[in-house]
Ligand binder design. Structure first.
Ligand code: MFK
Ligand code: FAD
Length: 540
C-alpha cells in the first residue's frame, strides 16, 4: 500500500464535454434546445456513469447467461430455461424506461408533432447510453426494427392487424412489465451473409384451433420448424424470423418469407406473468424451433420485409460504434488529465495530444456522417422540415425530396455501417494504448474499462452484415437497373454538394483530394459491371 498510486481519472458527463455530440445537437435539434431535452440529457449522462449502473455492467459481465434445461427433479424446464443476470435485466429495464426505442415513435404515433427530428433525439440519447449499456442495445435495436416492420403491416389482414398492433404497442412502450423486446432470426448454419440457403420451413396448418395456447391466446396459424444458429436476444418476448414456405427448403419453388412469432406463450394457469416457451428448445443457447407464428406481408418477400429491420438495426449499429468510440475518447481525455510521464501531464505531451487529436478528428467525421444518416431516417419516417428550426434544416444540407432522402438513406447506411464499425474498432484500440498497460486490463472500474468497449466493438463489424457484405450491398444498390442509376445520381449530387461546402469552408486542398477519389469511384460505378466492382466495394 506504499508508494505511488495513480489518481483515478474522472469522466465528466458526456453531455457537458463531448464536443462532437454537442455540435450534432446544435446542428440537428432546435436552438435553444428545449429545456426538457437538455435536462434529460444531462441527467442521463450522469446516470450512465453512476454507481448503480456501473454495478449492473459489472454484474452482466461477470454473471453470463446460462441454461437450466432441467428442473431440480429432472423434468424438462418448460417455463424458461434461460437464466440471465440481474445486471443485464436492470440495464434492459433502464433502456426501456429511458425510451431508447420509444423516443423514435411516441410523438409521431400520437399524431403529435415533436418539433424536432425524433430519430436525432433518440440517437443522441442512445449515443450516451451506448458505452454503459453492456450491449442491451442489441435487443433494443432489434426491437426498434421489429416495431418499424410491424408498423408497416397494421392494415394488411384482419387476422393479423390486431396481433401486430398489440405487439408493436409493447415494443415501443416505456413501461417495464408491459414492454417487449424482439429478436431477429435470420442466420442459419448454412450461412448468415447469404440467407438463401435457409433450412427452416413454415407450413400453414388447416386446423385453426392449433394456433392457440392453453389460455386461448393466439400463437399463429403457421408451424415453423428448423434450427437457428444465432439468436442474440433469446430472452426476448417475440422474434421476427425467416423461413421457407412453398413446400420445403430443397424445392425450387420454395421461397423465403418473414414471420412474427411470440417466443413465450401464457402457461396454463391464471397468472398473467407465467409463461413458457412457444415450442422452442434452446440448445447451447442455440435455438431449435417447432414454434407457431404469423406470416408478415406476402410469401416469398421475406428478405425484402426483413430489410426494414436491417435498415434500422444497421443504423443502431452505426450509433453503437460512434457511441463506444466517444466513450473511449472520454476515458483517454480523462486519463491524460491525471497521468504524468517524465514530470509532465499527458495532456501537455505534444506527441500524445497529437495522437488523441487525430482520433478526435476521425470520431467527429464519423459522427457527422452518422447523424446525417439519422436525420435522413427521421425525415423518411415523416418528420417534416417545416416542423423544426434546426441549423441543419435552415442550412439546406439535407436533401429536400423524399426520393433523394430515401435514396441516400439506402446507399449511405451500408457504407456507414461498415465504416463506423472499422473506425470504432481501430479508434478504441488507440484509446486502449493511450492508457498504457491499464488500457489492456479488464479493470475493475467499468467506467474506465476500454478493453470491454474494444472487445464489444469487434462484433459491430460482423453482425448485421460484414464489411464485404455491406460493400456488396452498396454495389447491388447502384447496379439495380434504372433505380440504381437514379440512386447513383442522387449520390453524385450529394457528393458534389459536400465538396462545395468543404471548399466554401476554406478546405480547398482536402476538397480537391476528395474530388479526385469521388470522380474515380463514380466513374467506376457508372462504367464497370457489377462483378468487376464487387471485389472493389470495400475500397469504396
Ligand atoms: C448494438 C447494435 C445493434 C445491432 C443489433 C444486432 C443484433 C445481431 C443481429 C444480426 O446479426 S441479425 C442477422 C443480420 N444478417 C444480415 O445482415 C445479413 C447480411 N446479408 C445481406 O444483407 C444480404 O445482402 C441479403 C441477405 C439481404 C441478401 O439476400 P438476397 O436474397 O440475395 O437479397 P437481394 O436479392 O439482394 O434482395 C431481395 C430484395 O430485398 C430486393 O428487393 P426486390 O425484390 O424488390 O428487388 C432488395 O432490393 C431488397 N433488399 C435487400 N436488402 C435491402 C433491401 N431493401 C432495402 N434495404 C436493404 N438493406
Ligand atoms: P459467412 O456469411 O459465412 O461469412 C464468412 C466470410 O465470408 C466473411 O468474412 C464475409 O465477409 C465473407 N462473405 C460472405 N459473403 C460475401 C460476399 N458476398 N462477398 C464477399 N465476402 C463475403 N444472426 C441472426 O440472425 N440473429 C441474431 O440475433 C444474431 N446475433 C449474433 C450475435 C453475435 C455475437 C454474432 C457474432 C453473430 C450474430 N448473428 C445473428 C449472425 C451474424 O449476422 C452473422 O454471423 C453474419 O451475418 C455473418 O454470417 P456468417 O457467420 O454465416 O458468415
Amino acid at each position: 500500500t506504499k508508494g505511488f498510486f495513480q489518481l483515478k481519472p474522472t469522466i465528466p458527463p458526456q453531455y457537458l464535454e463531448d464536443r462532437a455530440l454537442l455540435r450534432i445537437i446544435s446542428l440537428y435539434l432546435p436552438t435553444p434546445l428545449p429545456s426538457t431535452i437538455s435536462s434529460d440529457l444531462l441527467r442521463f449522462s450522469k446516470l450512465v456513469l453512476s454507481k448503480p449502473v456501473l454495478g449492473y455492467i459489472a454484474d452482466a459481465e461477470k454473471n453470463l447467461p446460462y441454461l437450466k434445461p432441467l428442473t431440480s427433479f429432472g423434468e424438462e424446464n418448460r417455463d424458461d430455461p434461460l437464466v440471465t443476470s440481474e445486471g443485464w435485466r436492470r440495464l434492459q429495464e433502464i433502456g426501456i424506461e429511458e425510451g431508447i426505442v420509444a423516443l423514435a415513435y411516441e410523438k409521431n404515433s400520437n399524431g403529435e408533432k415533436a418539433g424536432w427530428n425524433p430519430r436525432i433525439h433518440q440517437f443522441v440519447k442512445y449515443h450516451i447510453w451506448s458505452g454503459s449499456s453492456a450491449i442491451v442495445t442489441c435487443p433494443s435495436a432489434m426491437t426498434d426494427g421489429a416495431a418499424k416492420l410491424l408498423g408497416k403491416h397494421l392494415h394488411d389482414d384482419p387476422e393479423t392487424n390486431e396481433i401486430f398492433a398489440h405487439a408493436r404497442e409493447r415494443l415501443i412502450s416505456r413501461q417495464n412489465g408491459f414492454a417487449w423486446t424482439s429478436g431477429q432470426w435470420m442466420t442459419e448454419r448454412k450461412g448468415g451473409s447469404d440467407v438463401r440457403g435457409t433450412e427452416t420451413i413454415a407450413v400453414k396448418l388447416n386446423d385453426a384451433t392449433d394456433g392457440y395456447d392453453t389460455n386461448g391466446q393466439p400463437l399463429g396459424p403457421w408451424r415453423i420448424d428448423g434450427f437457428k444458429w444465432f439468436s442474440s436476444a433469446t430472452d426476448a418476448n417475440m422474434t421476427i424470423l425467416l423461413a421457407k414456405t412453398g413446400g420445403g427448403s430443397d424445392r425450387k419453388d420454395s421461397q423465403i418469407s418473414a414471420f412474427y412469432a411470440p417466443l413465450r406463450r401464457r402457461a396454463n394457469g391464471s397468472d398473467e406473468n407465467q409463461t413458457e416457451l412457444n415450442g422452442i428448445r434452446i440448445q447451447r443457447l442455440k435455438n431449435k424451433l417447432g414454434m407457431r407464428g404469423y406470416l408478415i406481408g406476402k410469401e416469398g418477400q421475406g428478405v425484402k420485409e426483413i430489410s426494414h429491420i436491417l435498415n434500422i438495426t444497421r443504423m443502431q449499429n452505426i450509433i453503437s460504434a460512434v457511441g463506444a468510440y466517444g466513450r473511449g475518447l472520454a476515458i483517454s481525455r480523462a486519463f491524460a488529465r491525471v497521468r504524468s510521464v517524465s514530470g509532465k501531464l499527458l495532456s501537455d505531451v505534444s506527441a500524445h495530444v497529437r495522437g488523441l487529436a487525430q482520433e478526435h478528428v476521425n470520431y467527429t467525421a464519423h459522427m457527422h456522417l452518422s447523424y446525417f444518416i439519422a436525420a435522413l431516417l427521421g425525415r423518411s419516417e415523416g418528420f417534416e422540415p417545416g416542423d423544426d428550426t434546426s441549423a441543419a434544416t435552415s442550412s439546406g444540407i439535407l436533401p429536400k425530396t423524399m426520393e433523394e432522402i430515401n435514396a441516400l438513406y439506402r446507399l449511405l447506411t451500408p457504407i456507414a455501417k461498415a465504416q463506423t464499425a472499422l473506425s470504432a474498432i481501430s479508434g478504441l484500440r488507440s484509446c486502449m494504448e493511450s492508457l498504457g498497460g491499464v488500457g489492456y486490463l479488464e479493470n475493475e472500474d467499468p467506467d474506465l474499462n476500454i478493453a470491454r468497449l474494444f472487445r464489444d466493438a469487434n462484433v459491430l463489424a460482423i453482425w448485421e452484415g460484414t464489411t464485404d457484405v455491406m460493400a456488396d450491398d452498396f454495389v447491388r444498390v447502384v447496379k439495380r437497373g434504372k433505380d440504381g442509376m437514379k440512386i447513383l445520381a442522387v449520390f453524385e449530387g450529394w457528393v458534389g454538394n459536400s465538396l462545395r461546402v468543404a471548399e466554401g469552408a476554406g478546405l480547398k486542398a482536402e476538397a480537391a483530394k476528395l474530388k479526385n477519389t469521388a470522380e474515380r469511384v463514380l466513374m467506376d460505378l457508372r462504367g464497370k459491371e457489377k462483378e468487376e466492382l464487387a471485389w472493389r466495394g470495400r475500397e469504396y
